[in-house]
Design a protein around this ligand. Structure first.
Ligand code: 4AD
Ligand code: MG
Length: 434
C-alpha cells in the first residue's frame, strides 16, 4: 500500500484543521440521508465522523460508501473541518474513499449480544469502543506501575514461569511435564523477588501468574498478572505505606491521563479522585467485630470471603488495609507477630465499591529454623525450598513485600463487574479460547 507513511492519526487531528489529510482505519458505524453519508471511522487512536457529500465525489465513490459494511478497512482522504458538536471538535469532509479489506457479515453489531457470544468473539469484540477504552486504561495502569517503582528506586526483576515449588499452597497448582520430571506454572514471583531484594535492595516482579482456581467467580482468572514489590530492611508498617502510596499513584495517573476513556465507561471519577493516602487500617480481629455488628456469622479464625470483603469495604470510601490475620490461614513464609504468635504479620487490601481483595502482602519470616518448621507444617518439599532457605543462611534481614492483582485493579478503576473484560484474552476455568 502506498502513502502509509503519510497517514494522520485521529488523535492528532486538531493539528490539521483546514488541511487535506489521509486517515487509515476501519468503519465503525454508518448513517445515510439522501445526499449524505456519515461514516464513523476508527483507527485505534480515536474515532471521527467523516462526511461524504454526493456533490463532492464521483458517483461510483458515493455508491461504494452506500454499501460499506461494519469493520471494512478503509482509507479516507479529506479536509479537516471544525465541528463544535462532536467530542473531538472536528470532522472530515471526504474527497476520496478507498477500500482496503472487505468485512462481510461482521458478527458483532451494535445490538445487545450475550456474554458467551462476545467471549467467543473476543478477538473481534476488542475493537468496540468500550473494550478499546479498557485496554487503554490497562496500558496506563501498567505504565504507572513501572513509573512509580522506577521513581522510588526499585529495580524491575523477572521471575521464572516454570517453577519447582509452590508459593501459595498446593491446592491450585498447574502441573506440567518438564522433560523427565514435573514443573509447576508460577503462582507468584515472590520467593524469587526475595532473592532479588537481597541482591538489589528494592525490586519488583511483574508478570503472568497461574492458579488452577476451581471457582467460577467474577474475580478469579486462571492466568492473571501480578506486580510484586519486595523490599529489604522493611517491616509490615513500611510495607503498608508503600502499598497505599503505590495504589494512589496509579489511580491518580489514570484519572489524569485517561479522562476520555473513563467517560466512555461512565466511571464516577470523584470516587477515584478520593483515592489518596493514608488508607484506613484495621486488624483482622477488628474486621471480625465489624462483621459481627453487621450480622455476618464469620468467626475468628475463619478466612474472609467475597461477601465479607464487601461488607467491610462498604464501611470505607478508600481501599481498606486489613492486617494481622490468624497465621493458620496464611502462607508459610509470613513472619509471626512478636506480641501474639497466633497472628501473621500479613495484610490484605480490599478495594472499594465491591472490588474485593486487590493486594496480599506481608513481612517475611527471617529465621532459618522457624522457616524449616513452617515448610514441614505446610507439608511442602524441603528439597525444592533449599535455595529459598539459603536466603536466611547468608545475611538474613527483615524484609517485606506484597502482590497487587492487575486485573482486579483494572476492574476496580474501570468500574467493571467482572474480570473477564480486564485482560485482552481472559483465561477462566471454563474458557481457554480464543
Ligand atoms: O494474595 P495473593 O495470593 O498473594 C501472593 O501471591 C503473594 N505471594 C504476594 C506477595 O506478597 N508478593 O495474591 C495477590 C493478589 C490478590 O490480592 C489478587 O489481587 C490477585 O493477586 N489474585 C488474583 N487475581 C485474579 N485471579 C486470581 N485467581 C487471583 N488470585 C490472586
Ligand atoms: Mg490473598
Amino acid at each position: 500500500m502506498k502513502d502509509m507513511k503519510n497517514k494522520v492519526y485521529i488523535k492528532d487531528i486538531a493539528k490539521y484543521a483546514g488541511k487535506t489529510i489521509t486517515i487509515m482505519g476501519w468503519l465503525a458505524n454508518k448513517r445515510s440521508s439522501g445526499k449524505l453519508h456519515f461514516l464513523q471511522v476508527r483507527d485505534g487512536s480515536g474515532i471521527i465522523q467523516c462526511v461524504m457529500f454526493k456533490g463532492d465525489v464521483s458517483e461510483e465513490a458515493f455508491e461504494t460508501a452506500d454499501k460499506l459494511s461494519q469493520e471494512t478497512s478503509i482509507v479516507v482522504i479529506g479536509e479537516v473541518k471544525e465541528d463544535k458538536r462532536s467530542t473531538l471538535g472536528y470532522e472530515i469532509g471526504i474527497k476520496e474513499l478507498k477500500i482496503v479489506g472487505e468485512s462481510k457479515d461482521y458478527p458483532i453489531s451494535n445490538k445487545d449480544h450475550g456474554v458467551a457470544f462476545l467471549m467467543d468473539n473476543r478477538h473481534l469484540w476488542l475493537r468496540s469502543s468500550r473494550q478499546v477504552a479498557i485496554l487503554k486504561i490497562r496500558d496506563e495502569i501498567i505504565f504507572a506501575i513501572r513509573e512509580f517503582f522506577r521513581k522510588e528506586g526499585f529495580i524491575s526483576m523477572d521471575a521464572p514461569i516454570f517453577t519447582p515449588n509452590a508459593c501459595e499452597g498446593t491446592s491450585n497448582l498447574f502441573e506440567t511435564n518438564y522433560f523427565d520430571s514435573k514443573a509447576y506454572l508460577t503462582q507468584s514471583g515472590q520467593l524469587y523477588g526475595e532473592a532479588g531484594a537481597m541482591a538489589l535492595g528494592k525490586v519488583y516482579v511483574f508478570g503472568p501468574t497461574f492458579r488452577a482456581e476451581k471457582s467460577k467467580t467474577r474475580r478469579h482468572l486462571t492466568e492473571f498478572w501480578m506486580v510484586e514489590p519486595e523490599m529489604a530492611y522493611h517491616d509490615l508498617e513500611m510495607d503498608m505505606e508503600v502499598a497505599e502510596n503505590f495504589i494512589s499513584y496509579v489511580v491518580q495517573q489514570v484519572v489524569k491521563n485517561r479522562k476520555e476513556e473513563l467517560k466512555i465507561l461512565e466511571r464516577d471519577i470523584s470516587k477515584l479522585e478520593a483515592i489518596v493516602p493514608p488508607f484506613p487500617r484495621i486488624t483482622y480481629t477488628e474486621a471480625i467485630e465489624i462483621l459481627k455488628k453487621k450480622g455476618n456469622p464469620t468467626k475468628w479464625g475463619e478466612d474472609l470471603g467475597a461477601d465479607e470483603e464487601t461488607i467491610i469495604s462498604n464501611e470505607f470510601d478508600k481501599p481498606v488495609i486489613i492486617h494481622r490475620y490468624p497465621a493458620a490461614i496464611k502462607s508459610f513464609y509470613m513472619k509471626r507477630d512478636a506480641n501474639d504468635d497466633k497472628l501473621a504479620l500479613g495484610m490484605d487490601i480490599i478495594g472499594p465499591e465491591g472490588a474485593g481483595e486487590i493486594v496480599g502482602g506481608s513481612e517475611r519470616e527471617t529465621d532459618y529454623d522457624k522457616l524449616v518448621e513452617r515448610i514441614k507444617e505446610h507439608k511442602l518439599s524441603m528439597e525444592a525450598f533449599e535455595w529459598y532457605l539459603d536466603l536466611r543462611k547468608y545475611g538474613t534481614v527483615p524484609h517485606a513485600g506484597f502482590g497487587l492483582g492487575l486485573e482486579r485493579t483494572v476492574g476496580w478503576i474501570c468500574g467493571l463487574p467482572h474480570v473477564r473484560e480486564t485482560i485482552p484474552f481472559p483465561r477462566l476455568m471454563d474458557r481457554i479460547k480464543p
